[in-house]
Design a protein around this ligand. Structure first.
Ligand SMILES: [Zn+2]
Length: 210
C-alpha cells in the first residue's frame, strides 16, 4: 500500500493461495480480468485508487469477505457481484449511479446480420447434440469472435454485443446478507429494447455514466 502502482500484473492472480491483498492509496486504474482466480482471497483493499470498474468474474473470489473500494471512480459493480459472499463492503466516495427512472427510448432496433447470426449460433451451441456444437471447434476464428458473449438478464438468451447496459439496485442487507443497509448499483446487460420494455423486471437504463 501507499505506492504509485498504476496496474496490477495478471500474474498476481496465479498466486491462488493469497488471502489478503492491500493496494490502498495507489493509482491503480484497472484490475486483471482473471482476478476471480483468487479463490482463497478473503480481504481485498483497494481504497483510494483510480478504479472505474471491477472485473466481471469477480465472484470467482469465493472466499472474499471484506472488499474496500472506497474513494475510487466506480459507477457500478460487475454483473456477478451479487454472488459474492461478502461480510463487509466499503464503497464511499465513488461515482455510483443513482436510481433515476429513464424514459425508455422506443426505438426499433435493427440488429446487424453478424449479430443475428451470432445469436443463432450461440443458441445452437448450447445444444450438445447440434451440428453447431460439434463443428464450431473446427473454426477457431469463429470461436474467438464468439468468446465475448453475454446473457440477457431478462430473457436469458445469449448475445454477442452488449446491446443495452443497465443497472439493478442490490441491497447489501436484504439481497446479500451483510450488516449494512446500503443499496448499490450492479451492472446488468440486456439483449434488446424489447426486453428492456418488458414489464416486471428491475433493471434501469443508464442515461450517462458520470
Ligand atoms: Zn433479452
Amino acid at each position: 500500500m501507499d505506492n504509485l502502482l498504476e496496474c496490477v500484473p495478471a500474474e498476481l492472480c496465479c498466486l491462488v493461495q493469497l488471502t489478503e491483498i492491500n493496494l490502498n492509496n495507489n493509482k491503480v486504474s484497472s484490475l486483471p480480468p482473471v482476478l476471480g482466480r483468487l479463490s482463497n482471497l478473503r480481504k481485498l483493499y483497494l481504497a483510494r485508487n483510480n478504479l472505474y470498474e471491477l472485473p466481471e468474474g469477480i465472484s470467482g473470489c469465493k472466499s472474499l469477505r471484506i472488499l474496500d473500494v472506497a474513494g475510487n471512480l466506480l459507477t457500478m459493480f460487475p454483473t456477478d457481484f451479487g454472488f459474492l459472499a461478502l461480510e463487509e463492503l466499503l464503497c464511499e466516495g465513488n461515482s455510483l449511479v443513482h436510481a433515476e427512472l429513464m424514459t425508455s427510448v422506443q426505438e426499433i432496433e435493427v440488429l446487424s446480420l453478424k449479430e443475428l447470426a451470432a445469436r443463432e449460433v450461440l443458441m445452437e451451441k448450447r445444444n450438445q447434440c447440434s451440428v453447431v456444437h460439434r463443428t464450431l471447434p473446427l473454426y477457431p476464428e469463429l470461436v474467438s469472435m464468439l468468446s465475448q458473449w453475454g446473457w440477457c438478464a431478462v430473457c436469458h438468451k445469449p448475445f454477442l454485443t452488449t446491446w443495452l447496459e443497465c443497472v439493478q439496485f442490490v441491497n447489501l442487507k436484504i439481497d446479500m446478507g451483510m450488516k449494512r443497509n446500503l443499496t448499490v448499483p450492479v451492472r446488468a446487460v440486456l439483449c434488446s429494447y424489447t426486453c428492456f420494455n418488458e414489464k416486471g423486471h428491475s433493471y434501469y437504463g443508464i442515461a450517462s455514466t458520470v
